[in-house]
Design a protein around this ligand. Structure first.
Ligand SMILES: [Mn+2]
Length: 347
């Protein structure tokens, strides 16, 4: 078993040899995905490398300032889609390596899946998810890390890559958002110590909090209110279900990005053990997000249905109608709950 430091050194040494690097992360990138993408691309750019960071899907509006401050052009998939889908060998002549961050699952990298499977270019993966595919030549997979941005920070420190304020801000963003601003169960000493090192670099946590959580547009709050007004509680109020449909988004003048973190709201209810968010996407696909407090293993539940994630937070996409998916997920979640007598709950 190689130590974490040795794994970082192996990944870092490989990256150090590359001059043209493509950075990839999961579809619909969150704060951690963007933190890794922006942090890594700044550090590699500063080292004189030619870096392309590719986002599949637009980042949430709250991260506009982070992306702008990083002076980074995050390309959308359109610009490279043709190359990823059809020109693997041509792309391999333009790239020395690919770094995948905050995922290592082909199902979350659909537009690049064929390219990655072609093994045309060496792949490094930095990920903290329990479920992953065997696609990387060199992988640092660490489910005990609260965020991939924490892994990127540790990688940078291991390799002595300089970390400037914007890089530190990006990595702090990733760590803070993946831990629910240091509230979730993944917030450990390693996380807080890493956050402290980033604050020593000049990061201003309060300013970032204002930017990310106190800068919502009215449409987002309208969506929150509308979704919560239809909140369903099942199994003695222990399972909460929220649904976001295109119709609801339209009524609120909101976009899908506005539903980020919506799933955490029902967790405020004392009795709620698990929260389920069902979002209907195009082409009859339902995106299922899962969160749990203690008993429900979201990762295994999602994995059984073809998705993945962490024990307390996971997701899966299912091609079916909303009602069928709701019934399927509710049954699976409730099966994992202990009897109410065992938890001391009232019947
Ligand atoms: Mn993450």
């Amino acid at each position: 078993m190689t130590s974490l430091v040795e794994q970082y050194r192996a990944a870092g040494s490989l990256i150090d040899q590359w001059s043209r690097v493509l950075l990839l992360t999961h579809e619909r990138p969150d704060g951690d995905a963007l933190g890794c993408l922006i942090g890594l691309s700044r550090m590699l750019h500063a080292a004189g490398k030619d870096v392309t960071a590719l986002c599949f899907g637009a980042p949430g509006p709250r991260y506009a300032k982070l992306i702008a401050s990083a002076k980074l052009t995050i390309q959308t998939e359109d610009s490279l889609e043709f190359a990823l889908s059809t020109q693997h060998s041509a792309l391999s002549t333009q790239l020395d390596g690919v770094i995948i961050v905050d995922t290592c699952a082909l199902s979350q990298l659909t537009p690049a899946a064929d390219f990655l499977k072609s093994k045309a270019v060496p792949i490094v993966a930095i990920d903290h998810h329990a479920t992953h595919d065997d696609i990387a030549d060199c992988a640092v997979i660490d489910p005990s890390a609260s965020a991939s941005s924490l892994q990127v920070l540790e990688l940078a420190e291991t390799m002595a890559w300089p970390i400037d304020l914007e890089t530190a801000t990006a990595l702090f963003t990733g760590i803070a958002t993946d831990t629910g601003w240091f509230q979730f169960s993944n917030t450990d000493a390693r996380t807080l110590q890493a956050a402290a090192r980033l604050v020593e670099c000049g990061v201003q946590p309060n300013e970032l909090y204002q930017t990310y959580y106190m800068s919502d547009k009215p449409a987002r709050l309208r969506l929150l209110g509308a979704a919560l007004s239809q909140l369903e509680l099942h199994a003695e109020d222990r399972v909460a279900v929220l649904c976001v449909t295109p119709d609801l988004l339209e009524r609120c003048g909101a976009t899908r990005a506005d539903s980020e973190d919506l799933i955490n709201e029902p967790m405020r209810i004392g009795t709620v053990e698990a929260s389920v968010l069902l979002s209907s996407l195009d082409a009859g696909v339902i995106k299922v997000s899962l969160r749990s407090k203690r008993f429900v293993n979201c990762a295994s539940l999602a994995a059984e249905l073809g998705g993945g994630g962490h024990e307390r937070a996971a997701g899966v996409r299912i091609k079916s109608d909303l009602q069928s998916v709701k019934e399927l997920i509710l049954k699976a979640v409730i099966e994992q709950l202990p009897s109410t007598e065992a938890t001391g709950g009232s019947a």
